[in-house]
Design a protein around this ligand. Structure first.
Ligand SMILES: [Zn+2]
Length: 400
């Protein structure tokens, strides 16, 4: 028996975008003269001969490209200052208020979903969900967990017991994933080559996350750290600038995800940030960026599942689309766009819901003046983004 949906009528607004070229980011194909019909938060139908329901608000997308909203799989929406001491000093309420701006700008840049890899919690996610603030759909993991002396000591845990306790608390608070740091970093005091956490600790963390049907993502730079993390069951490797052949083999064997974050190194090589860094960090930074590009090229060639990440902070957030341009040095636009949509959706366990334009998916849509398959930089051009829609709601509309 089919029960009538009594709630369907009120919010059941229909909208259509017609005459547009549809970019299928899964296959990298462009389909001409397409119409997409959106009902409520979801895509109802898409195709060439699609009829538009009477009364639907209709936008003409002639000469434009329709594509799914972008997914940034490595962001820090609460890192509202580039000075990490500020973040330690400032009131969380003040940080939250500034994060509202970061989130709003992110959505206007075309990112309809983001995975926060340290800092965001259930509170900011709730504010977004309730519409108190405007921004992308947010997947969060709570504070970054590191061992004493490790990279980014937001939440310090030593030993299995402390780790399990912290992870259980984060999962109870609604975390979508857990973030660990398993090697040093670019800016941290811990040497990049050093390993964080024992294998026993890593396996305990993975077990805890799996028990809640969640997963662990790990900050790791060197092949040694990456390979150990993958062998312990970690599902996404963040940064991973120094991969070796064994890393690539392990990614493929364990079906794990690689999330390079080149934009953040590029940002730090720009002035005035670069001159502000100690001399040894300056040379380290360029090496990290070059190695990251080389690892990305090899992983992409081998067919590793690669998501789009940026890892930006403070004023750097505005360069979130720069990752597209950086990756284009070693990848085709179609591969980069797949990373930033379909692959991101899989990593976030939202395959079929986001990152694709198909009947039944959430209506997270962009209309772009230009063809990103031919020129990926078009997405960075001021004014090129004509429509941003999230959950069937128009955030930006410059079409008639
Ligand atoms: Zn990060």
């Amino acid at each position: 028996m089919n029960l009538p949906n009594l709630l369907a009528s009120a919010d059941d607004k229909t909208m259509a975008i017609r005459n547009t070229s549809l970019l299928d980011t899964r296959t990298g194909q462009m389909f001409k003269d397409q119409t997409v019909v959106v009902r409520g938060p979801r895509i109802e139908v898409v195709g060439q001969e699609t009829s538009i329901p009477p009364g639907a608000k209709t936008l003409d997308g002639r000469g434009m490209t329709l594509m799914p909203g972008l997914i940034d799989a490595h962001s820090h929406v609460m890192q509202v200052s580039g000075n990490f001491n500020d973040l330690l000093e400032w009131s969380p309420y003040y940080i939250g208020a500034r994060a509202a701006d970061v989130l709003k700008d992110m959505l206007q840049r075309g990112f309809t979903t983001t995975r926060d890899m340290g800092g965001a919690d259930a509170g900011i996610a709730r504010a977004l969900e309730e519409g108190l603030i405007e921004g992308p759909r947010l997947k969060f993991g709570g504070p970054i967990i590191a061992p004493t002396g490790g990279h980014s000591m937001t939440k310090v845990c030593d030993g299995e017991v402390e780790l399990r306790r912290a992870i259980r608390k984060e999962l109870r608070d609604g975390a979508d994933h857990i973030k660990l740091t398993v090697s040093g970093g670019v800016i941290s005091k811990m040497r990049m080559e050093s390993l964080g956490f024992t294998e026993k600790e890593l396996k305990a963390a993975v077990e805890e996350a799996h028990m809640a049907h969640r997963y662990v993502g790990a900050h790791a730079y060197t092949a040694e750290a990456v390979n150990r993390a993958l062998r312990c069951g970690i599902r996404s490797i963040e940064h991973g600038n120094y991969l070796d052949d064994e890393s690539i083999r392990l990614f493929l064997e364990t079906d794990s995800y690689y999330v390079p974050t080149l934009a953040t190194y590029w940002y730090l090589t720009q002035e005035p940030h670069f001159s502000a860094l100690p001399k040894d960090k300056q040379s380290k930074l360029q090496g990290v960026l070059d190695a990251g590009l080389d690892s990305l090229a090899r992983a992409s060639e081998a067919g590793v599942k690669i998501a789009y990440g940026t890892d930006l902070h403070g004023a750097g957030h505005k360069h979130q689309l720069m990752e597209l341009t950086l990756r284009a040095k070693v990848q085709r636009p179609s591969d980069i766009l797949r990373s930033a949509t379909v692959v991101g959706a899989e990593l976030l366990n939202m395959a079929g819901q986001i990152g694709e334009i198909r009947a039944g998916a959430l209506a997270d849509l962009l209309v772009v003046d230009g063809n990103p398959l031919q020129d990926i930089d078009v997405l960075r051009k001021p004014g090129a983004l004509k429509v941003v829609m999230i959950n069937g709601r128009l955030v930006t509309n410059q079409l008639s």
